[in-house]
Design a protein. Structure first.
Length: 273
């Protein structure tokens, strides 16, 4: 059976107040790879005065100002700026946002401000737990917001469609392991809702994670078959797999498909498949 995404993810998306603690400010950078745009998340404990901002997004002064307004209108200030990963559509505006708010930028791979698996990020009564979810990129992390039973996933799980394993930094073995970890979090009821880096929120987190898992394994089988059908003997096996497996994918996302194919070929090669 072909994996199908939960139907709720097809709804229009414009951001706004999503949970008691999470407000999304949608960045004005829609596109084939960013869907409706980058979701910048403002997290604030009800009645609190300290906010955490996740993924300030592109370097767009209007967008950064809009994020600041959401915080100010709540009678709060930004105390932490953190990143799910370093891709420009999530992180390009972070240094400027840090200047505007007087905060540091925390992420994986930033020295003394590094985020590590299991770390707790606290601000005015709000508490986030860092969940390492490498695979989309080597530095990808998610954040568990236990009070809202929500998980902020960056590009590890999107609100629509599936994400790219951004080879060579992204790596499929790590990504599959991250999906297994998310399966545990969503399967035990700890996480019921996904707040992604792009696209609408996902109210059935377990169903979406299972869709991602099944889809990835289906793609691997399709790639194996494409190689057996002749792609392995072509001058560029990546293009051979692209034609055979990703024929239905719009040309606008072929660059992303090629990255995922390279990650799949590396994965299969390492296993002698």
């Amino acid at each position: 059976m072909t994996a199908q995404p939960p139907p709720s993810v097809l709804a229009p998306w414009s951001g706004g107040q999503i949970t008691p603690r999470a407000h999304c400010v949608l960045a004005p950078n829609p596109g084939p790879m960013t869907l409706d745009g980058t979701n910048t998340w403002v997290l604030l404990e009800p009645g609190g005065t300290e906010a955490v901002v996740i993924d300030p997004g592109p370097l767009d002064e209007g967008h950064l100002a809009a994020v600041c307004r959401v915080v100010a209108d709540a009678g709060a200030r930004v105390s932490e700026t953190i990143l799910t990963h370093g891709h420009h559509d999530h992180a390009e505006g972070a240094p400027r946002f840090a200047e505007l708010t007087g905060t540091r930028v925390r992420a994986v791979g930033r020295g003394h401000d590094d985020l590590a698996d299991g770390d707790l990020v606290r601000a005015g009564g709000l508490e986030l737990r860092v969940v390492a979810t490498p695979g989309h990129t080597g530095d990808s992390v998610s954040f568990a917001l236990a009070a809202d039973h929500a998980l902020l996933t960056g590009d590890t799980v999107l609100g629509r469609g599936t994400t790219v394993v951004a080879h060579p930094d992204g790596e499929l073995t790590a990504y599959l392991s991250s999906l297994e970890r998310l399966r545990e979090l969503t399967g035990n009821g700890e996480v019921t809702r996904i707040l992604p880096g792009h696209g609408p929120t996902v109210p059935d987190a377990a169903a979406m994670v299972e869709f991602y898992r099944v889809h990835r394994h289906e793609r691997l089988e399709q790639v194996r078959q494409a190689l057996a059908d002749g792609a392995a003997g072509e001058p560029d096996p990546v293009e051979g797999v692209l034609r055979r497996v990703y024929a239905e994918v719009p040309a606008s996302v072929w660059p992303a498909a090629r990255m995922s194919i390279r990650a799949q070929l590396d994965y299969l090669s390492a296993r002698g498949a």
